[in-house]
Design a binder for this molecule. Structure first.
Ligand SMILES: [Zn+2]
Length: 259
């Protein structure tokens, strides 16, 4: 069995499973899977998992059973950036003290990543503008679209932060997308776009490649067939990223003018 990467989402999944009183029956939940990549054993992609370092941080607020869903893609962010990804179960009125501490940490400059802010349009931005010495912390609401909207509207502790809306079609990571989830970007794809907006192109591309491989193999596993597309370019891109070894943090993030 492949070792399970020790990162925030996997720790949350293991804990969430431990407190479940019933077996988890979501779609795909009954299929035997590699615990590390959540793909069917025959499709295990662990050997291609890229792992990088970045200046940007991610804070995933995950809706209820989301960490246990094999299809969850928030986990892929933690796979690629294990050192700067945090994950918490969403709580409306009793947010985890470590979440509040993270949001209050002066090292970070939080952004809530969400496409709109109807109540307070002034909070909306498409740019990452960092105060001196701060690193961006991107808060992602990980769930279905209605769940994400609920989390956005019902989390008073997020109300003070700017809302980052990404326009993915203008970004190179978007051009690398596989075509099977058209309407809304998956959480990992949003994160790849956000990394590009923050100037961390290499990490963004690694995440998009990793998502593409996961997505292609997840779908293939679901219908028990070989992936329709040729994976070779994708595997080569991931091999190249791994071949460079663990990356150093990328150079300075863009300042207020360059973002
Ligand atoms: Zn695996």
């Amino acid at each position: 069995m492949k070792p399970i990467p020790d990162h925030a989402v996997n720790r949350l999944r293991i804990w969430r499973k431990s407190i479940s009183t019933r077996p988890f029956l979501a779609r795909g939940g009954a299929v035997p899977r590699c615990e590390a990549c959540q793909l069917r054993h025959a499709w295990c992609a662990c050997e291609w998992r890229p792992e990088l370092k970045a200046e940007a941080g991610f804070c995933l607020l995950m809706y209820d059973s989301e960490p246990m869903k094999p299809s969850n893609t928030g986990r892929l962010i933690a796979d690629v950036l294990p050192d700067t990804t945090w994950a918490f179960l969403w709580q409306r009125t009793q947010p985890h003290p470590e979440l509040l501490a993270l949001l209050a940490d002066p090292a970070w400059q939080p952004y809530v990543v969400f496409p709109a802010c109807e109540k307070e349009p002034a909070r909306l931005t498409e740019r990452v503008t960092l105060a001196n010495g701060k690193k961006p912390l991107f808060i992602l609401l990980d769930g279905t679209w209605p769940e994400a909207r609920k989390m956005f509207n019902m989390s008073p502790y997020l109300d003070g932060f700017p809302v980052l809306s990404v326009r993915p079609d203008a970004l190179s990571t978007y051009g690398m997308r596989v075509a099977n989830c058209d309407e809304h970007l998956c959480t990992a794809e949003v994160a790849a776009c956000v990394l590009e907006v923050a100037g961390e192109l290499k990490a963004g591309q690694a995440l998009q490649h990793w998502f593409n491989l996961f997505s292609s193999r997840y779908m293939a596993g679901r219908v028990s067939r070989a992936p329709g597309e040729d994976e070779t370019p994708l595997l080569q891109a991931l091999e190249a990223i791994k071949g460079e070894g663990i990356q150093q943090a990328t150079p300075a993030l863009p300042g207020s003018d360059a973002a």
